[in-house]
Design a protein around this ligand. Structure first.
Ligand SMILES: Nc1nc2c(ncn2[C@@H]2O[C@H](COP(=O)(O)OP(=O)(O)OP(=O)(O)O)[C@@H](O)[C@H]2O)c(=O)[nH]1
Ligand SMILES: [Mg+2]
Length: 200
């Protein structure tokens, strides 16, 4: 499946959101966990800006996604600001209160939230809080364990076990933007989350 994707708009306020239309997939996680990199890996091009500086994405960036040959966008990907990085946490919590939280609460076209966690570090409290929040709002979600190229097979198995225990009952995909590991499985999860009417 060849995917075409392009930047749509950047929203730093509720009033900037495009009217709800096709199903949306939100990419959430701590600053620097690899949200923008996962988006780029899924669409096969450098679409979202990645950075070594945590907290770079400070707005909700909307991307249109469709299969080659389809006339219109079939999905939107939304790249959300990161959380949980001390140096920028104040500004980020302001962003969350102002437009991220309302987005997650109210967005009618939001089909799936991808909660990214770093497979190289122990389960984080802030990730647990996000997952609890999503569960309490009834938002379907999947954990994406990022940067798994940095772990050996054994280490990865162990990391996935630990995450599975900390965040029990949530589907999980091990992913590497660098090697493409987990890409097919994640696409599968995304497509499985779409309403019947949105045959992709
Ligand atoms: N080894 C490895 N590094 C990765 C991977 N994905 C991302 N990175 C690196 O991690 C850093 C952060 O990646 P981003 O995709 O910008 O992370 P982000 O979550 O969008 O960051 P913010 O927008 O600042 O919240 C960059 O230096 C990436 O090159 C991966 O799969 N493997
Ligand atoms: Mg980013």
């Amino acid at each position: 499946m060849r995917i075409l994707a392009r930047f749509m708009l950047s929203a730093s306020d509720l009033t900037h959101f495009p009217p709800p239309s096709v199903p949306e997939i939100a990419f959430l996680g701590r600053s620097n966990v690899g949200k923008s990199s996962v988006i780029n890996a899924l669409v096969g091009k450098k679409l979202a800006r990645t950075s070594n500086t945590p907290g770079r994405t400070r707005s909700i960036n909307f991307y249109e996604v469709r299969r080659a040959g389809q006339p219109r966008p079939e999905l939107l990907f939304t790249d959300l600001p990161g959380y949980g990085y001390a140096k920028v946490s104040r500004e980020i919590s302001d962003d969350w209160a102002r437009f991220v939280d309302p987005y997650l609460h109210q967005r009618s076209s939001l089909a799936l939230c991808l909660a990214l966690v770093d497979s190289n570090i122990a389960p984080q409290e802030s990730d647990g809080q996000l997952l609890q929040f999503l569960a309490s709002k009834g938002r379907p979600h999947v954990i994406v364990a990022t940067k798994c190229d940095r772990l050996s097979g054994n280490q990865l198995r162990q990391a996935m076990n630990t995450l599975g225990q900390a965040f029990a009952g949530v589907p999980m995909v091990a992913f590497s933007a660098r090697t493409g590991a987990g890409k097919e499985e994640l696409w599968h999860q995304i497509l499985a989350s779409l309403p019947q009417s949105a045959a992709f």
